[in-house]
Design a protein around this ligand. Structure first.
Ligand code: NAD
Length: 511
């Protein structure tokens, strides 16, 4: 298939074309199936606005089938849970290897499905999905219980860690493949089985991954992928009594609803939600480094990252210099279709998101803020593009400084004192990430302790690693993806009490 972009016609790989041309399907019990709902959803390339595929839109019956398959695969003789830990690790490793084998194809698929830029799709989305599987491949052999020093004589107590059961995973559109690694890796390492509902906007890479997992040796039914809308398929998964744990990545609004509904059957829940992350440049920072890192953080993937440093606090002495450098960077970004070489700035996910972002910028202007638009959008772009934007003359109470815009919009606020900026940075409903730019390591350490965020970056922004836990404070969620902490969300702890003394047989007087 040829994707016609602004500057060129680019041929997609045959593997990608096969995914785009596939008959709409769900993946349940190790095979592709048509939906029982019979419903379909068009899939669009955000950079052109053109339809590129048709995906299945699962209904409640399809979700029920998937949960049943996952339940069967979890029940004795459970083919996954009872497989040796070494063998489970080998299969997880092979899944990571297969992602690498098709890395360039996966990257192309994420470009046309999610509006990514090719280099970032390959080096971030695909790379970190594969790394997550390789990291969690090491865990099945290392999930251990403990011996407990209880204060009773002749009693031995130990703990065992057991998989929680059937996991319902629901993911956002901004990192379709990457989030699969973050959810599926630890769930499989823990011995769970899974039903994953990818976003209706970006269902293609998760479906492909499920097939590769079978090729890697994962038993059928252990990983089921069921695309569909949040309101139908998502709701059916959240309310299904056969699901033991929900892991959700998406907006805070939907996360709250899921938490409320999960309470009815006391499902375990992990929530990775929105953010409005504060990024602080102190007067002693290397300004050029700080500006480059901050601009990269907010403009990467057109600001559609949960931890985007969208609130930039700059010391008043360097405020104007920083804004000048930021606008220069924003003006030089090459906007276009992410499949084209040299492009470093792509579209928003869809038309609704574009309108949403425009609305935020317009209302900021109406409230008296100053708007700097960065690079001009090429006239021949047909997709959902928004120019990189910087907003100054903003106060903390303005909408653009409080709410998650989820677009390439940076709000810059001036500050004077460290105590003041920490208080302002923490005065947010969210607490996903925070950043500090300074050359003074003592200041950085003190500020790190006081900032209320799940991740704090010092003199950098945006790195993740499968070994480092990722998640939010406050309304950015609870529980953690990645690292050993993530495993806690997929494991139950069982205490086993064993009497070690011989119990004497009492004879009654009569005998
Ligand atoms: P969203 O909440 O609209 O949708 C996320 C997922 O939830 C989708 O699969 C959707 O179909 C499903 N969903 C929607 N309504 C549902 C319902 N009623 N019941 C069950 N499922 C439902 O979010 P989005 O627009 O896809 O993604 C953007 C949001 O995700 C942003 O807020 C962003 O910050 C957040 N996000 C957070 C992280 C993180 O790790 N904290 C990572 C990526 C994205």
């Amino acid at each position: 298939m040829m994707i016609t972009t602004t500057s060129t016609d680019r041929l997609l790989s045959s593997a990608v074309v096969a995914r785009l041309d596939a008959t709409p399907h769900v993946f349940i019990d190790g095979t592709r199936r048509a939906t029982r709902s019979g419903e379909e959803l068009p899939v669009f390339d955000p950079a052109t606005g053109h339809q590129i595929a048709v995906a299945a839109s699962a209904g409640a019956d399809d979700i029920a089938d998937a949960v049943e398959a996952a339940r069967r695969a979890f029940t004795d003789p459970a083919p996954w849970r009872q497989m040796s830990p070494l063998d489970r690790g080998r299969i997880l490793h092979r899944i990571g290897d297969l992602i690498y084998q098709y890395a360039d194809d996966f990257a192309q698929l994420e470009v046309v499905d999610a509006g990514k830029v090719l280099g970032a799709a390959r080096n971030i989305d695909v790379e970190f999905a594969a790394r997550a599987f390789h990291y969690y491949a090491g865990w099945p052999t290392k999930i251990v219980g403990s011996t407990v020093p209880v204060s009773h004589p002749n009693i031995h107590v130990r703990t065992e860690r057991e998989p929680v059961g059937v996991v319902g995973a629901i993911t956002a559109w901004n990192f379709p493949l990457l989030l699969c690694g973050w959810k599926i890796g630890p769930a499989l390492a823990s011995g769970c089985t899974i039903v994953l509902k990818p976003s209706e906007e970006t269902p293609l890479s998760a479906l492909w991954l499920a097939e590769l997992a079978i090729e890697a040796g994962l038993p059928p039914g252990v990983l089921n992928v069921v695309p569909g809308t949040g309101g139908t398929a998502g709701q059916a998964l959240v309310t299904h009594p056969g699901v033991d744990k929900l892991t959700f990545t998406g907006s805070t609004k939907v996360g709250k609803r899921i938490a409320r509904q999960a309470a009815d059957t006391v499902k375990r829940v992990t929530l990775e939600l929105g953010g409005k992350s504060a990024n602080i440049i102190l007067p002693d920072a290397d300004v050029q480094e700080a500006v480059t890192g901050s601009a990269g953080g907010i403009f990467w993937h057109s600001g559609q990252t949960c931890s985007a440093p969208s609130r930039l606090f700059v010391h008043k002495d360097i405020h104007d210099e920083v804004v000048e450098q930021l606008t220069a960077i924003a003006g030089q970004l090459k906007i276009g279709h992410g499949i084209d070489e040299g492009v470093d700035f792509g579209p928003l996910a869809n038309g609704a998101q574009l309108e949403r972002v425009r609305g935020y910028v317009q209302r900021a202007q109406d409230e008296g803020a100053t708007i700097y638009q960065g690079a001009q959008l090429p006239a021949d772009l047909t997709g959902h593009f928004h120019s990189p934007t910087i907003i100054t003359n903003v106060t903390d109470d303005m909408e653009c400084a409080r709410e998650e815009i989820f677009g390439p919009v940076l709000v810059v606020l001036a500050f004077e004192h460290i105590d003041e900026v920490i208080e302002r940075a923490n005065a947010s409903d969210y607490g996903l990430a925070a950043g500090i730019w300074t050359k003074n390591v003592n200041t950085a350490q003190r500020m790190t302790r006081r900032l209320q965020a799940g991740t704090v970056y010092v003199n950098g922004w945006g790195l993740t690693d499968p070994a480092a836990p990722f998640g939010g404070f406050h309304q950015s969620g609870y529980g953690r993806d990645l690292g050993p902490d993530s495993l806690d969300g997929y494991l139950e702890t069982k205490s086993v009490w064993t009497c070690t003394a011989e119990i004497p047989l009492e004879r009654s007087e009569e005998q």
